[in-house]
Write a new protein. Structure first.
Ligand SMILES: Cc1cc2nc3c(=O)[nH]c(=O)nc-3n(C[C@H](O)[C@H](O)[C@H](O)COP(=O)(O)O)c2cc1C
Length: 404
Protein backbone atom coordinates (compact mmCIF):
# COMPACT_ATOMS: atom_id res chain seq x y z
CA UNK A 1 0.00 0.00 0.00
CA UNK A 2 2.76 2.44 0.97
CA UNK A 3 4.51 1.65 -2.28
CA UNK A 4 1.38 2.53 -4.25
CA UNK A 5 0.82 5.76 -2.33
CA UNK A 6 4.48 6.70 -2.72
CA UNK A 7 4.26 6.10 -6.46
CA UNK A 8 1.47 8.69 -6.87
CA UNK A 9 2.36 11.29 -4.27
CA UNK A 10 4.64 13.87 -5.80
CA UNK A 11 4.78 17.17 -4.02
CA UNK A 12 4.64 19.99 -6.55
CA UNK A 13 7.20 22.70 -5.95
CA UNK A 14 5.43 25.76 -4.60
CA UNK A 15 5.47 28.61 -7.14
CA UNK A 16 6.27 31.83 -5.28
CA UNK A 17 5.44 34.07 -8.22
CA UNK A 18 1.68 34.72 -7.89
CA UNK A 19 1.18 35.54 -11.58
CA UNK A 20 2.91 32.34 -12.69
CA UNK A 21 0.88 30.38 -10.13
CA UNK A 22 -2.40 31.78 -11.42
CA UNK A 23 -1.47 31.35 -15.09
CA UNK A 24 -0.48 27.74 -14.47
CA UNK A 25 -4.15 27.02 -13.82
CA UNK A 26 -5.33 28.64 -17.06
CA UNK A 27 -6.19 26.20 -19.83
CA UNK A 28 -7.88 28.32 -22.49
CA UNK A 29 -8.58 31.91 -23.53
CA UNK A 30 -11.94 31.55 -21.77
CA UNK A 31 -10.10 30.78 -18.51
CA UNK A 32 -7.81 33.74 -19.13
CA UNK A 33 -10.90 35.92 -19.57
CA UNK A 34 -12.27 34.75 -16.22
CA UNK A 35 -8.96 35.43 -14.51
CA UNK A 36 -8.91 38.95 -16.01
CA UNK A 37 -12.48 39.43 -14.83
CA UNK A 38 -11.47 38.59 -11.28
CA UNK A 39 -8.46 40.90 -11.32
CA UNK A 40 -9.85 43.98 -13.05
CA UNK A 41 -12.47 46.43 -11.77
CA UNK A 42 -15.84 45.74 -13.40
CA UNK A 43 -15.85 48.87 -15.56
CA UNK A 44 -12.39 48.17 -16.94
CA UNK A 45 -13.19 44.53 -17.70
CA UNK A 46 -16.45 45.52 -19.39
CA UNK A 47 -14.68 48.09 -21.55
CA UNK A 48 -12.44 45.31 -22.95
CA UNK A 49 -14.90 42.47 -22.97
CA UNK A 50 -18.04 44.33 -24.02
CA UNK A 51 -19.44 44.91 -27.47
CA UNK A 52 -22.24 46.81 -29.18
CA UNK A 53 -25.95 46.55 -28.40
CA UNK A 54 -27.02 42.98 -27.50
CA UNK A 55 -23.51 41.70 -28.31
CA UNK A 56 -24.91 39.32 -30.92
CA UNK A 57 -22.21 40.14 -33.46
CA UNK A 58 -19.50 39.48 -30.90
CA UNK A 59 -21.01 36.09 -30.05
CA UNK A 60 -21.46 35.16 -33.70
CA UNK A 61 -17.81 35.96 -34.49
CA UNK A 62 -16.81 32.97 -32.34
CA UNK A 63 -19.83 30.77 -33.13
CA UNK A 64 -19.04 31.01 -36.82
CA UNK A 65 -15.67 29.35 -36.17
CA UNK A 66 -17.29 26.53 -34.25
CA UNK A 67 -19.52 25.72 -37.24
CA UNK A 68 -16.51 24.90 -39.39
CA UNK A 69 -15.30 21.33 -39.32
CA UNK A 70 -11.80 20.20 -40.21
CA UNK A 71 -11.09 17.22 -42.42
CA UNK A 72 -8.09 15.37 -40.99
CA UNK A 73 -5.84 13.02 -42.89
CA UNK A 74 -3.87 10.40 -40.97
CA UNK A 75 -0.59 8.55 -41.48
CA UNK A 76 1.12 11.66 -42.79
CA UNK A 77 4.66 12.47 -41.67
CA UNK A 78 4.16 15.60 -39.58
CA UNK A 79 7.58 15.69 -37.95
CA UNK A 80 8.23 19.00 -39.74
CA UNK A 81 5.48 21.59 -39.89
CA UNK A 82 6.00 24.96 -41.55
CA UNK A 83 3.70 27.60 -40.11
CA UNK A 84 5.54 30.56 -41.59
CA UNK A 85 4.19 32.92 -44.22
CA UNK A 86 4.47 36.52 -45.38
CA UNK A 87 2.08 39.37 -44.63
CA UNK A 88 2.43 42.46 -46.79
CA UNK A 89 5.92 41.33 -47.72
CA UNK A 90 7.07 40.60 -44.16
CA UNK A 91 8.22 37.12 -43.18
CA UNK A 92 6.38 35.91 -40.07
CA UNK A 93 6.61 32.62 -38.20
CA UNK A 94 2.81 32.26 -37.97
CA UNK A 95 -0.05 33.74 -40.00
CA UNK A 96 -0.89 36.00 -37.07
CA UNK A 97 -0.80 39.72 -36.31
CA UNK A 98 -2.02 41.57 -33.23
CA UNK A 99 -5.04 43.82 -33.71
CA UNK A 100 -4.91 47.41 -32.46
CA UNK A 101 -6.70 48.16 -29.21
CA UNK A 102 -7.13 51.59 -27.68
CA UNK A 103 -6.54 52.55 -24.07
CA UNK A 104 -4.63 49.38 -23.31
CA UNK A 105 -2.93 50.83 -20.25
CA UNK A 106 -6.05 50.63 -18.14
CA UNK A 107 -5.58 46.84 -18.09
CA UNK A 108 -1.98 47.14 -16.93
CA UNK A 109 0.46 50.06 -16.57
CA UNK A 110 2.82 48.59 -19.19
CA UNK A 111 -0.06 48.52 -21.68
CA UNK A 112 1.02 48.63 -25.31
CA UNK A 113 4.70 48.22 -24.35
CA UNK A 114 4.06 44.80 -22.84
CA UNK A 115 2.10 43.65 -25.87
CA UNK A 116 4.65 44.98 -28.36
CA UNK A 117 7.49 43.29 -26.45
CA UNK A 118 5.80 39.90 -26.47
CA UNK A 119 4.82 40.18 -30.15
CA UNK A 120 8.39 41.22 -30.97
CA UNK A 121 9.86 38.27 -29.10
CA UNK A 122 8.06 35.93 -31.53
CA UNK A 123 8.43 38.28 -34.49
CA UNK A 124 4.69 38.79 -35.01
CA UNK A 125 3.40 42.19 -36.17
CA UNK A 126 1.90 44.40 -33.48
CA UNK A 127 -0.44 47.23 -34.43
CA UNK A 128 -0.44 50.36 -32.34
CA UNK A 129 -3.82 52.11 -32.19
CA UNK A 130 -4.36 55.82 -32.78
CA UNK A 131 -6.03 55.62 -29.37
CA UNK A 132 -2.95 54.00 -27.83
CA UNK A 133 -1.79 55.00 -24.37
CA UNK A 134 1.89 54.65 -25.21
CA UNK A 135 3.36 56.86 -27.89
CA UNK A 136 4.50 55.87 -31.36
CA UNK A 137 8.10 56.49 -30.26
CA UNK A 138 7.90 54.59 -26.95
CA UNK A 139 6.49 51.51 -28.66
CA UNK A 140 9.11 51.70 -31.41
CA UNK A 141 11.84 51.73 -28.77
CA UNK A 142 10.79 48.44 -27.17
CA UNK A 143 9.56 46.50 -30.20
CA UNK A 144 11.85 43.96 -31.79
CA UNK A 145 9.31 42.70 -34.36
CA UNK A 146 7.38 44.43 -37.15
CA UNK A 147 5.12 47.32 -36.13
CA UNK A 148 2.06 48.58 -37.95
CA UNK A 149 0.24 51.81 -37.22
CA UNK A 150 -3.55 51.89 -37.02
CA UNK A 151 -5.02 55.15 -38.21
CA UNK A 152 -8.28 56.82 -37.34
CA UNK A 153 -8.50 59.92 -39.48
CA UNK A 154 -9.02 63.07 -37.42
CA UNK A 155 -11.10 66.00 -38.56
CA UNK A 156 -7.81 67.82 -38.19
CA UNK A 157 -6.06 66.37 -41.24
CA UNK A 158 -2.80 67.99 -40.19
CA UNK A 159 -2.84 65.82 -37.08
CA UNK A 160 -3.49 62.67 -39.14
CA UNK A 161 -0.60 63.55 -41.43
CA UNK A 162 1.69 64.13 -38.46
CA UNK A 163 0.81 60.72 -36.93
CA UNK A 164 1.41 58.88 -40.18
CA UNK A 165 4.73 60.64 -40.66
CA UNK A 166 5.82 59.86 -37.11
CA UNK A 167 4.94 56.20 -37.63
CA UNK A 168 6.89 56.08 -40.89
CA UNK A 169 9.89 57.87 -39.38
CA UNK A 170 9.93 55.47 -36.43
CA UNK A 171 10.16 52.39 -38.60
CA UNK A 172 6.54 51.22 -38.65
CA UNK A 173 6.08 48.95 -41.64
CA UNK A 174 2.45 49.50 -42.65
CA UNK A 175 -0.56 51.72 -42.13
CA UNK A 176 -3.80 50.05 -41.12
CA UNK A 177 -6.71 52.36 -41.83
CA UNK A 178 -9.77 51.40 -39.78
CA UNK A 179 -12.83 51.93 -41.95
CA UNK A 180 -15.63 50.59 -39.75
CA UNK A 181 -15.88 53.57 -37.42
CA UNK A 182 -17.54 56.44 -39.33
CA UNK A 183 -19.53 56.84 -36.13
CA UNK A 184 -19.08 55.14 -32.79
CA UNK A 185 -21.04 51.99 -31.85
CA UNK A 186 -23.29 51.84 -28.81
CA UNK A 187 -21.53 49.73 -26.20
CA UNK A 188 -24.22 49.29 -23.64
CA UNK A 189 -22.07 47.96 -20.78
CA UNK A 190 -20.14 51.24 -20.93
CA UNK A 191 -23.37 53.24 -21.21
CA UNK A 192 -24.82 51.57 -18.09
CA UNK A 193 -21.68 52.23 -16.10
CA UNK A 194 -21.20 55.78 -17.40
CA UNK A 195 -17.71 54.59 -18.27
CA UNK A 196 -15.20 57.27 -19.21
CA UNK A 197 -11.56 57.25 -20.24
CA UNK A 198 -9.75 57.61 -17.95
CA UNK A 199 -12.26 56.17 -15.45
CA UNK A 200 -13.90 58.78 -13.20
CA UNK A 201 -13.95 57.99 -9.51
CA UNK A 202 -17.52 57.78 -8.22
CA UNK A 203 -18.84 55.70 -5.32
CA UNK A 204 -19.23 52.62 -7.50
CA UNK A 205 -15.74 52.89 -9.03
CA UNK A 206 -14.31 53.61 -5.58
CA UNK A 207 -15.77 50.38 -4.19
CA UNK A 208 -14.62 48.51 -7.28
CA UNK A 209 -11.12 49.94 -6.78
CA UNK A 210 -11.02 48.82 -3.16
CA UNK A 211 -12.09 45.33 -4.19
CA UNK A 212 -9.24 45.18 -6.73
CA UNK A 213 -6.36 46.62 -4.68
CA UNK A 214 -3.55 45.39 -6.94
CA UNK A 215 -5.02 47.08 -10.02
CA UNK A 216 -5.78 50.24 -8.03
CA UNK A 217 -2.28 50.39 -6.55
CA UNK A 218 -0.70 49.96 -10.00
CA UNK A 219 -3.07 52.56 -11.47
CA UNK A 220 -2.38 55.29 -8.91
CA UNK A 221 1.39 54.69 -8.97
CA UNK A 222 1.78 54.96 -12.74
CA UNK A 223 1.76 58.19 -14.74
CA UNK A 224 -1.66 59.50 -15.85
CA UNK A 225 -3.17 57.69 -18.79
CA UNK A 226 -3.76 59.78 -21.90
CA UNK A 227 -4.08 59.24 -25.63
CA UNK A 228 -0.33 59.30 -26.20
CA UNK A 229 -0.50 60.09 -29.90
CA UNK A 230 -1.75 63.57 -29.03
CA UNK A 231 -0.20 63.95 -25.57
CA UNK A 232 -0.04 67.50 -24.34
CA UNK A 233 -2.79 68.77 -26.65
CA UNK A 234 -5.18 69.36 -23.78
CA UNK A 235 -8.43 69.39 -25.74
CA UNK A 236 -7.87 65.98 -27.34
CA UNK A 237 -5.34 64.01 -25.29
CA UNK A 238 -7.88 62.41 -22.97
CA UNK A 239 -6.41 64.01 -19.84
CA UNK A 240 -9.94 64.99 -18.88
CA UNK A 241 -12.46 62.16 -18.58
CA UNK A 242 -14.54 61.63 -21.71
CA UNK A 243 -16.82 58.89 -22.93
CA UNK A 244 -15.14 57.21 -25.87
CA UNK A 245 -18.29 57.70 -27.88
CA UNK A 246 -18.25 61.51 -27.41
CA UNK A 247 -14.55 61.57 -28.14
CA UNK A 248 -14.68 59.60 -31.37
CA UNK A 249 -17.79 61.34 -32.66
CA UNK A 250 -16.34 64.78 -32.02
CA UNK A 251 -12.73 64.18 -33.18
CA UNK A 252 -12.75 61.66 -36.03
CA UNK A 253 -13.70 62.53 -39.57
CA UNK A 254 -17.04 61.02 -40.66
CA UNK A 255 -16.52 62.25 -44.25
CA UNK A 256 -13.64 59.81 -44.81
CA UNK A 257 -14.13 58.03 -48.13
CA UNK A 258 -12.40 56.00 -50.84
CA UNK A 259 -10.92 59.12 -52.41
CA UNK A 260 -8.83 59.71 -49.27
CA UNK A 261 -6.83 56.51 -49.66
CA UNK A 262 -4.46 58.01 -52.17
CA UNK A 263 -3.65 60.83 -49.77
CA UNK A 264 -2.82 58.40 -46.98
CA UNK A 265 -0.60 56.37 -49.25
CA UNK A 266 1.18 59.41 -50.52
CA UNK A 267 1.87 60.75 -47.03
CA UNK A 268 3.09 57.44 -45.62
CA UNK A 269 4.73 55.72 -48.57
CA UNK A 270 3.97 52.47 -46.69
CA UNK A 271 1.81 49.46 -47.56
CA UNK A 272 -1.83 50.12 -46.73
CA UNK A 273 -4.33 47.75 -45.12
CA UNK A 274 -8.03 48.54 -44.74
CA UNK A 275 -9.43 47.08 -41.53
CA UNK A 276 -13.17 46.69 -41.19
CA UNK A 277 -14.20 45.49 -44.66
CA UNK A 278 -17.57 43.78 -44.30
CA UNK A 279 -18.82 43.09 -47.84
CA UNK A 280 -17.68 41.47 -51.06
CA UNK A 281 -18.32 44.73 -52.93
CA UNK A 282 -15.94 46.72 -50.71
CA UNK A 283 -13.33 43.98 -50.88
CA UNK A 284 -13.44 44.23 -54.67
CA UNK A 285 -13.24 48.01 -54.56
CA UNK A 286 -10.18 47.91 -52.32
CA UNK A 287 -8.58 45.45 -54.72
CA UNK A 288 -9.31 47.65 -57.73
CA UNK A 289 -7.73 50.61 -55.95
CA UNK A 290 -4.53 48.66 -55.37
CA UNK A 291 -4.76 48.48 -51.57
CA UNK A 292 -2.19 45.99 -50.26
CA UNK A 293 -4.36 44.08 -47.80
CA UNK A 294 -7.81 44.04 -46.23
CA UNK A 295 -8.89 42.78 -42.84
CA UNK A 296 -12.42 41.43 -42.75
CA UNK A 297 -13.49 42.71 -39.38
CA UNK A 298 -16.48 44.07 -37.49
CA UNK A 299 -14.31 45.56 -34.73
CA UNK A 300 -14.85 42.52 -32.53
CA UNK A 301 -18.62 43.20 -32.56
CA UNK A 302 -18.11 46.60 -30.96
CA UNK A 303 -19.89 48.65 -33.61
CA UNK A 304 -23.34 47.16 -34.30
CA UNK A 305 -25.39 43.98 -34.17
CA UNK A 306 -26.13 42.23 -37.43
CA UNK A 307 -22.65 42.57 -38.92
CA UNK A 308 -21.40 39.51 -40.84
CA UNK A 309 -18.99 37.26 -38.95
CA UNK A 310 -15.65 37.75 -40.75
CA UNK A 311 -14.89 34.03 -40.99
CA UNK A 312 -18.30 33.41 -42.59
CA UNK A 313 -17.74 36.22 -45.10
CA UNK A 314 -14.23 35.04 -45.98
CA UNK A 315 -15.02 32.34 -48.61
CA UNK A 316 -17.18 34.76 -50.65
CA UNK A 317 -14.54 37.48 -50.52
CA UNK A 318 -11.76 35.08 -51.52
CA UNK A 319 -13.92 33.85 -54.41
CA UNK A 320 -14.34 37.41 -55.60
CA UNK A 321 -10.79 38.74 -55.20
CA UNK A 322 -8.64 35.62 -55.54
CA UNK A 323 -4.98 36.27 -54.91
CA UNK A 324 -4.99 39.87 -56.04
CA UNK A 325 -5.04 41.21 -52.48
CA UNK A 326 -4.09 39.76 -49.09
CA UNK A 327 -7.17 39.01 -47.01
CA UNK A 328 -6.93 38.89 -43.22
CA UNK A 329 -9.65 37.98 -40.75
CA UNK A 330 -10.21 39.36 -37.28
CA UNK A 331 -12.89 38.72 -34.66
CA UNK A 332 -13.55 35.68 -32.47
CA UNK A 333 -10.16 33.97 -32.92
CA UNK A 334 -9.47 32.13 -29.66
CA UNK A 335 -7.52 29.02 -30.66
CA UNK A 336 -4.87 27.85 -33.07
CA UNK A 337 -7.50 25.77 -34.83
CA UNK A 338 -9.35 29.01 -35.69
CA UNK A 339 -6.20 30.25 -37.39
CA UNK A 340 -5.92 27.02 -39.37
CA UNK A 341 -9.58 27.19 -40.42
CA UNK A 342 -9.18 30.77 -41.63
CA UNK A 343 -6.04 29.95 -43.61
CA UNK A 344 -7.72 26.91 -45.16
CA UNK A 345 -10.51 29.19 -46.33
CA UNK A 346 -8.04 31.51 -48.01
CA UNK A 347 -7.00 34.04 -45.35
CA UNK A 348 -3.40 35.18 -45.51
CA UNK A 349 -3.43 35.64 -41.74
CA UNK A 350 -5.65 36.31 -38.74
CA UNK A 351 -5.59 38.95 -36.06
CA UNK A 352 -7.05 39.12 -32.57
CA UNK A 353 -7.54 41.66 -29.81
CA UNK A 354 -9.29 40.42 -26.69
CA UNK A 355 -7.14 37.31 -26.14
CA UNK A 356 -4.05 39.43 -25.49
CA UNK A 357 -6.06 42.01 -23.53
CA UNK A 358 -7.39 39.27 -21.25
CA UNK A 359 -3.78 38.17 -20.85
CA UNK A 360 -2.69 41.68 -19.98
CA UNK A 361 -5.44 42.05 -17.39
CA UNK A 362 -4.86 38.57 -15.96
CA UNK A 363 -1.08 38.73 -15.67
CA UNK A 364 0.56 41.68 -17.44
CA UNK A 365 3.29 40.75 -19.90
CA UNK A 366 3.28 37.11 -18.76
CA UNK A 367 -0.43 36.93 -19.47
CA UNK A 368 0.07 38.31 -22.97
CA UNK A 369 2.77 35.71 -23.56
CA UNK A 370 0.40 33.02 -22.33
CA UNK A 371 -2.22 34.09 -24.89
CA UNK A 372 0.24 34.15 -27.78
CA UNK A 373 1.83 30.82 -26.83
CA UNK A 374 -1.59 29.25 -26.51
CA UNK A 375 -2.68 30.32 -29.99
CA UNK A 376 0.62 29.74 -31.80
CA UNK A 377 1.20 26.30 -30.27
CA UNK A 378 -2.41 25.49 -31.16
CA UNK A 379 -1.66 26.23 -34.82
CA UNK A 380 1.21 23.73 -34.92
CA UNK A 381 -0.72 21.11 -32.96
CA UNK A 382 -3.81 21.39 -35.17
CA UNK A 383 -1.70 21.11 -38.33
CA UNK A 384 -0.18 17.92 -36.94
CA UNK A 385 -3.56 16.52 -35.96
CA UNK A 386 -5.07 17.06 -39.40
CA UNK A 387 -1.98 15.83 -41.25
CA UNK A 388 -0.93 19.11 -42.86
CA UNK A 389 2.67 20.30 -43.00
CA UNK A 390 2.53 23.74 -44.62
CA UNK A 391 0.23 26.59 -43.64
CA UNK A 392 0.79 28.28 -47.02
CA UNK A 393 -0.41 25.19 -48.86
CA UNK A 394 -3.62 24.64 -46.89
CA UNK A 395 -6.59 24.37 -49.20
CA UNK A 396 -10.33 24.50 -48.75
CA UNK A 397 -10.24 20.71 -48.91
CA UNK A 398 -9.12 20.79 -45.29
CA UNK A 399 -12.52 22.15 -44.30
CA UNK A 400 -15.25 19.59 -44.74
CA UNK A 401 -18.47 21.36 -44.08
CA UNK A 402 -20.03 24.27 -42.36
CA UNK A 403 -22.58 23.13 -39.79
CA UNK A 404 -25.79 25.17 -39.42
C1 LIG B 1 -10.85 47.11 -25.94
C2 LIG B 1 -10.76 47.15 -27.43
C3 LIG B 1 -10.27 48.31 -28.03
C4 LIG B 1 -10.19 48.37 -29.42
N1 LIG B 1 -9.66 49.49 -30.00
C5 LIG B 1 -9.50 49.54 -31.34
C6 LIG B 1 -8.87 50.65 -31.95
O1 LIG B 1 -8.43 51.58 -31.28
N2 LIG B 1 -8.75 50.65 -33.30
C7 LIG B 1 -9.22 49.62 -34.08
O2 LIG B 1 -9.09 49.65 -35.29
N3 LIG B 1 -9.80 48.53 -33.51
C8 LIG B 1 -9.95 48.48 -32.17
N4 LIG B 1 -10.52 47.37 -31.60
C9 LIG B 1 -10.91 46.24 -32.44
C10 LIG B 1 -9.76 45.25 -32.59
O3 LIG B 1 -8.73 45.81 -33.37
C11 LIG B 1 -10.20 43.95 -33.25
O4 LIG B 1 -10.87 44.24 -34.44
C12 LIG B 1 -11.10 43.10 -32.37
O5 LIG B 1 -10.65 43.12 -31.04
C13 LIG B 1 -11.12 41.67 -32.89
O6 LIG B 1 -11.98 40.88 -32.17
P1 LIG B 1 -11.51 39.94 -30.95
O7 LIG B 1 -11.38 40.87 -29.78
O8 LIG B 1 -12.65 39.00 -30.83
O9 LIG B 1 -10.22 39.31 -31.33
C14 LIG B 1 -10.62 47.28 -30.22
C15 LIG B 1 -11.09 46.12 -29.60
C16 LIG B 1 -11.16 46.05 -28.23
C17 LIG B 1 -11.65 44.77 -27.60
Amino acid sequence: MFKTIRSVVRLRRFEFNGTKRRLAKVGSVDDLRLLAKRRLPGGVFDYFDGAAEDELTKAENSNAFSKIELRPRVLVDVSKIDTSTTIMGQEVPFPIALSPTGFTRIAHPQGELAVARVAGAVNLPYTLSTLGTRSIEEVARVATGPLWYQLYVWKDRGLSRELVERARDNGYKAIMLTVDTPVFGRRERDVRRGFTLPPKIGLETFVDGVLHPKWTWDFVRSEPITFSAVAGQKSVDGSTAVTLSDYVNSQFDPTLSWTDLEWIREVSGLPLMLKGIQSVEDAKRATELGVDAIALSNHGGRQYDGAPAPIALLPRVVDAVGNSIEVLVDGGVRRGSDVVKACALGARAVMFGRPYLYGLGAGGEMGVRWALDHITSGVTRTMGLIGETSIRNLSTGVVTRVRD
